[in-house]
Design a protein around this ligand. Sequence first.
Ligand SMILES: *[C@@H]1O[C@H](CO)[C@@H](O)[C@H](O)[C@H]1NC(C)=O
Ligand SMILES: *[C@@H]1O[C@H](CO)[C@@H](O)[C@H](O)[C@H]1NC(C)=O
Ligand SMILES: *[C@@H]1O[C@H](CO)[C@@H](O)[C@H](O)[C@H]1NC(C)=O
Ligand SMILES: *[C@@H]1O[C@H](CO)[C@@H](O)[C@H](O)[C@H]1NC(C)=O
Ligand SMILES: *[C@@H]1O[C@H](CO)[C@@H](O)[C@H](O)[C@H]1NC(C)=O
Ligand SMILES: *[C@@H]1O[C@H](CO)[C@@H](O)[C@H](O)[C@H]1NC(C)=O
Length: 546
Amino acid sequence: MLINFLCIKCLFLQLSFHFIFVPLIPSQVLPPYAGSQGEWNLLHESIGISAMHMQLLHDNRVIMFDRTDFGQSNLSLSSGRCRFDPYDTVLHTDCTAHSILYDVATNAYRPLMVQTDTWCSSGSVLPNGTLVQSGGYNDGDHVVRTFTPCDDDQCDWIELPQHLSERRWYATNQILPDGRIIIIGGRRQFNYEFYPKSDEDLSFPQTFMLHFLLETRDYAENNLYPFVHLLPDGNLFIFANTRSILFDYKQNKVLKEYPEIPGADPRNYPSTGSSVLLPLDERNGSTSVQAEIMICGGAQNASFALATQGVFIRAISTCGRLVVSHANPSWVMEEMPLPRVMGDMILLPNGDVIIINGAQLGTAGWELARGPMTRPIIYRPSEQTSRRFSVMEPSTRPRMYHSSAIFNPHIYYNFTNVVYPTDLSLEAYSPPYLSAEYATVRPKILSLNETIGYKATFQVRFSVEEYLSAGVVSVRLIAPSFTTHSFGMNQRMVVLKILEVSHVTSYVYHLAAVAPSTAEIAPPGYYLLFVVHAEIPSSGMWVKME
Ligand SMILES: *[C@@H]1O[C@H](CO)[C@@H](O)[C@H](O)[C@H]1NC(C)=O
Ligand SMILES: *[C@@H]1O[C@H](CO)[C@@H](O)[C@H](O)[C@H]1NC(C)=O
Ligand SMILES: *[C@@H]1O[C@H](CO)[C@@H](O)[C@H](O)[C@H]1NC(C)=O
Ligand SMILES: *[C@@H]1O[C@H](CO)[C@@H](O)[C@H](O)[C@H]1NC(C)=O
Ligand SMILES: *[C@@H]1O[C@H](CO)[C@@H](O)[C@H](O)[C@H]1NC(C)=O
Ligand SMILES: *[C@@H]1O[C@H](CO)[C@@H](O)[C@H](O)[C@H]1NC(C)=O
């Protein structure tokens, strides 16, 4: 059923997953997406708020929020509650919601209460399943907010004022192997900090300088929402505009600078492209795990300045791949079939990458883009070069600035007299592998170990009508991302080593797999586990790594 646009992540929850059907031959490399182009479904004409940020939680609910100083949203807070905020730049008394909790199973949602401004903030889920959101703007820029899932629909945001050492507006977060969160950068912040603080003693430095962010900011001081990925060696890959480093955050040391991405066009806000860490593959053992980054799209260097004068130039159509675990890697560039700025890159359970949302012309920022790019593209990293990209079915709705979900290109909720009215709809996209013709090869997980330790052998029982061979079965873990401004923070996939697949009875099979070897490969916490058979994924089931 669905792949929520807002959060394509929701797709991972869904009940059925398919792919293309061309007669399947075991071990054969499947052709690119040729037949079905997937399907769009409108889940709600309006969810009442603009979903600028979102995160899938382990109870299959998606938390979404925008900023609080947009004026009234289209959704009232429950039980007559209101916010009183003397610092709000638009409304001091506001009885509307700016956050919701959406239930994927029932398609229902309820309003949540945010007190201070969450505009352009960041987040990560702690190993225990609590979402930690950090920063924002104005009275919210030093605030940490937590949200812990509950069964009784009573839980809401908890705000922790002054929990950040610095103002964090457009920062990037990454969950670390020890369960802490690193919070990097933000507008005019050339530093990073941790949550929770490692030392209660405030005389100990709480903020650590990162000169790289000072060096990479553009003429307008932008290199916002830097792309950050935790690598298997425990260091961070940090990319800002065109440059990138291998960074040891423990020693506050740049270990290496990678070559600049070719093309001289920046890739971070407002030139918003996107980035993923391609699947970490442990099938050949933990020592050979390669780490490869892929960055796609963005806006040309001159785009922002031109767009403010009403000239909208073509977005970037290149992607670059860099094997950051190699000693001297260089970028391998590829051309997307279509240009795109503000495209979200999401790892699909079969290891493909979908690039969705965004525009063909202009740049990120209020009113600065044109030419909605309504067609997603799917990229198959291991295909032959010429066969990697496939163009999918378009959505009927433009999804532009602030649409990691929902399209909202304006500062406020403007429904009339603008080129792209604020759209509060929630749409789901189902990739081709969900189409009914793959039902017979789609596996279904029957049972599994819900808590798994590092390097542990664990069991999964699954059924499949038409079993091809053990050679086309894989087991994959996905950490769902905190998505905003086209970047999925904390998103990662680990492909596990399978020890054996055995036939149990009729359609039922049993497999033994080895859990990720280290917390650097898979930080502790909740993951969606998928069994993938002939590139057709099962529905995801939650497991906890600890
Ligand atoms: C928002 O609410 C107003 C007033 O109730 C309504 O007219 C409008 O259609 C709503 N817009 C959306 C996009 O839901
Ligand atoms: C997770 O840990 C945080 C920080 O210690 C705490 O606030 C939260 O309540 C915990 N969540 C759960 C589900 O125990
Ligand atoms: C982008 O343009 C600015 C202003 O013209 C220039 O200073 C800067 O070097 C350019 N950036 C890149 C990455 O070429
Ligand atoms: C695993 O090893 C096999 C045989 O050497 C090789 O063909 C394959 O590409 C390797 N896969 C990964 C993910 O390293
Ligand atoms: C959007 O609405 C706000 C508040 O009503 C208004 O100030 C602003 O000019 C509108 N924006 C556009 C682009 O029309
Ligand atoms: C997985 O679950 C099975 C069945 O409940 C149990 O026997 C086994 O010990 C578990 N394995 C691990 C690694 O927890």
